[in-house]
Design a protein around this ligand. Structure first.
Ligand code: ADE
Length: 230
């Protein structure tokens, strides 16, 4: 997970213990606990010691995921987080989506033969349609980029693959998971409506707590389902 504020309710709900940095030279933090027979490792990207903010975005997400896989050998990787939604896709603040059938990048424009689709990525998600139906969750393509806002070109690219859940990490986590052939699920709670009238940053800050609570509840159910198949 990228932000500490997003992870707090989850750390409490799963009763996870803080284990310190996943690697002593890097900022990523590890929290560990158990749910039924499964070990739960929650990793946050940690804080930037220069700017005193959380390490959000695509680059820390790659590093966290690689470190997590190398150190913990997970059976499955879940990327919970907050995201922007679209009114045109019937999203409301607090809705929780599973990324399906893929997660993509919307700001890697490489107009060279073969590289266009490579830039977008098209990383598959694990059984998310089946799980979403069982859990009564919305589904949609999660689209990641390195900015909270977007350019008209970003929007065009998102529309080309029906991207309706906009975040800053999922595609990066999915890329590393795919390299290692580990099943990947993105679960995202909506903090702001991209095609609404309010400034994204205001809506995001106003709704971060509520969305993180919704995210926690649904991620708990998701882990329970993956652990028990119920
Ligand atoms: N996280 C929450 N809202 C977002 C948005 N609109 N864009 C990218 N990441 C987000």
């Amino acid at each position: 997970m990228a932000m500490d504020a997003e992870a707090r309710p989850m750390i409490k709900r799963f009763n996870l213990s803080w284990k310190g940095p996943l690697n002593p030279r890097l900022p990523m933090m590890l929290y560990v606990g158990k749910h039924k027979k499964s070990v739960i490792n929650l990793i946050t990207s940690g804080e930037c010691s220069r700017f005193m903010v959380d390490h959000i975005g695509t680059q820390p997400a790659v590093l966290s995921t690689h470190l997590a896989i190398d150190t913990l050998s997970p059976d499955i990787i879940i990327n919970p987080g907050t995201a922007g939604g679209f009114i045109k896709a019937n999203a409301s603040v607090g809705d929780v989506y599973l990324g399906h059938p893929q997660v993509c990048y919307h700001d890697r424009r490489i107009n060279l033969p073969g590289f266009k689709e490579y830039g977008i990525g098209h990383y598959p998600t694990y059984q998310s349609d089946i799980i979403a139906e069982k859990m009564n969750l919305k589904t949609g393509v999660v689209t990641s980029g390195s900015s909270l806002d977007y350019t008209p070109h970003d929007l065009e690219i998102m529309s080309s693959y029906d991207g309706i859940v906009k975040d800053m990490e999922a595609a990066s986590v999915a890329w590393v998971a795919q390299l290692y052939n580990i099943p990947f699920i993105a679960i995202k709670a909506i903090t702001d409506l991209i095609d609404g009238n309010s400034p994204t940053e205001e809506e995001f800050l106003k709704n971060l707590r509520l969305a993180s609570e919704m995210l926690c509840e649904k991620t708990f159910q998701l882990v329970d389902y993956l652990t028990t198949g119920e």
